[in-house]
Design a protein around this ligand. Structure first.
Ligand code: UD1
Ligand code: CA
Length: 479
């Protein structure tokens, strides 16, 4: 068992603190084929949010995700975080999840239990739960919250109004009308003394509405065996919100999105109508950039300062330099746009593009796996794929790189200062040397040497008086 970084060290051989995240459930109420904890809010799976908060408090090897429904998929989605996994093959309730984790958790002194479907939890609140547990030293500490509408949550029955001590947690389905009026709810986050948890966990029974082992019943179990159970209230009730239904998922998503916009605004970014923007948790934007309505910044996108991102632009996993202007409707994936470039309206960068400083990419231009050099321009109706384009190149309207021969992709190289006339096709593999000119509507199949003019089209034919002649010919008679 690795011992690095776990803050409180003990001398009895036990590791101090583990975190167990319950993430095995199917999520029946979402009516989905996919596991609940992989549903996304703020651009990341629910479980990824909880793991991110947990691993800020306890190092990853001491964090255990209890997985079950579609376990392989869940594991694959979050494996990179370095957490450990416990398999709950059959999901027989939250109490059962902890029963299954017995072997993994037994080396620890304390376990903090989190819920994989409550993604708003923040590290300071986990620390508060842990610290309260340490100062009180009970068998179980419950994190609670007061909700205006507690419907659906387990209610916390304290021994007395101001007492930290708890008598029981009553699930909504088993609550009496009087208990349903209690606004203090169980967050589904707890701290347990590991030895006490596993001494008594087998006393849980399934005599409830779902025929499941409820972890919440540990409060009553401990009460019976005269072990202390206490509760500590979260400062921000939002942090405990769970996502059992699609409506709750969207409420949480909106909460995260707005919080992200507000955080960026606090750092100096202007976001008009933040309610309409979709900005993922990991996106970064530097100060003095302006984001117009209906913009999406997804994945690991980084935007520099003094940019203007106009409406309906969707940018994923891309790096945008300082002072870039994206006119409306740009779609950018896995690409880099360097400082001062201007794109759009309606430019599309597919993965693997690098747009040079002060370059221009205009409307209905599609670019894939291509480097467009400094100050180069492709302003209208163009496809550039698998290309290497130098500096100061002018790519005329309607230019197309024919990069695919039906079996393989080939490269087009256009060196510095080249002028490609409108409506040209460049049949790859092909190289156009420095400073060369390509006449409009050319179909370039061979390399063009530097500083030369290439014309690859039929000569114009003019037949004077042809129209008049045609009109005087009898109908139907061959010419
Ligand atoms: C639970 C609590 C309830 C609390 C609420 C807070 C119980 C019985 N009730 O209810 O008091 O107010 O959370 O959000 O615990 N899971 C497993 N294995 C299982 C069953 C569930 O890992 O066998 C996981 C789920 O994937 C989920 C978490 O445990 O991430 C909570 O389960 P869920 O069914 O959502 O519990 P709630 O009904 O929300
Ligand atoms: Ca839940």
């Amino acid at each position: 068992m690795p011992k690095t970084g776990n803050r409180i060290t003990r001398h009895d051989g036990a590791e101090p603190v583990a975190i167990a995240i319950m993430a095995a459930g199917k999520g029946t109420r979402l009516k989905s084929r996919h596991p609940k904890v992989l549903h996304e809010v703020g651009g990341k799976p629910l479980l990824a949010h909880v793991i991110a908060a947990a691993t800020k408090v306890i190092p990853p090897p001491h964090v255990y995700a209890i997985i079950g429904y579609e376990a392989a998929r869940v594991r694959e989605a979050v494996e990179h975080t370095g957490v450990n996994f416990v398999l709950q093959q059959e999901q027989r309730g939250t109490g059962h999840a902890l029963m299954v984790a017995r072997d993994a958790l037994q080396p620890y002194h304390t376990v903090i239990v989190l819920s994989g479907d409550a993604p708003l939890i923040q590290p300071p609140t986990i620390q508060r739960l842990r610290d309260f547990h340490f100062t009180q030293s009970p068998a179980m500490t419950i994190l609670t919250a007061r909700l205006h509408d507690p419907t659906g949550y387990g209610r916390v029955i304290r021994k007395a109004a101001k007492s930290a001590d708890v008598r029981a947690i009553v699930e909504e389905k088993s609550a009496s009308p009087a208990q349903k009026k209690i606004h203090e709810i169980n967050s589904g986050f707890y701290a347990f003394s590991v030895p006490q948890l596993y001494q008594f966990i087998d006393r849980l029974a399934t005599d409830n509405a779902h025929r499941e082992f409820y972890l919440t019943d540990m409060a009553a179990v401990f009460q019976k065996v005269k072990q202390r159970v206490v509760a500590v209230e979260a400062h921000d009730p939002h942090e405990i919100l769970g996502s059992n239904t699609r409506t709750e998922l969207i409420e949480i998503d909106q909460h995260l999105r707005l919080a992200k916009c507000l955080a960026l605004m606090a750092e100096g970014v202007t976001i008009y109508y933040p309610q309409t923007c979709v900005i993922d948790a990991d996106a970064e934007v530097a100060a003095d950039t302006v984001i117009e309505p209906f913009v999406q910044l997804l994945g690991n996108t980084r935007i520099g300062s003094d940019c203007r991102i106009r409406s309906y632009s969707v940018i994923r996993n891309s790096v945008i330099g300082d002072g870039v202007v994206l006119l409306p409707g740009c779609v950018i994936d896995d690409s880099q746009v360097n400082a001062g470039a201007v794109l759009g309206p309606y430019s599309r960068l597919r993965p693997g593009c690098e747009i040079g400083e002060a370059a221009h990419v205009g409307n209905f231009v599609e670019i894939k796996k291509t480097r467009l050099g400094k100050r180069s321009k492709a302003n209208h109706l163009t496809y550039l794929g698998d290309s290497e384009i130098g500096e100061g190149v002018n790519v005329g309207a309607g230019t197309i790189t024919c990069n695919y021969d039906g079996a393989q992709k080939h490269k087009t190289v256009i060196e510095d200062g080249v002028f490609v006339g409108s409506d040209s096709t460049l049949v790859a593999p092909v190289r156009v040397g420095k400073g060369a000119y390509i006449g409009a509507a050319s179909c370039i199949t061979d390399d063009v040497p530097a500083n030369s003019l290439a014309l690859a089209r039929a000569r114009q034919i003019v037949k004077e008086g042809w129209v008049k002649q045609k009109k005087t010919q009898p109908v139907g008679k061959p010419r």
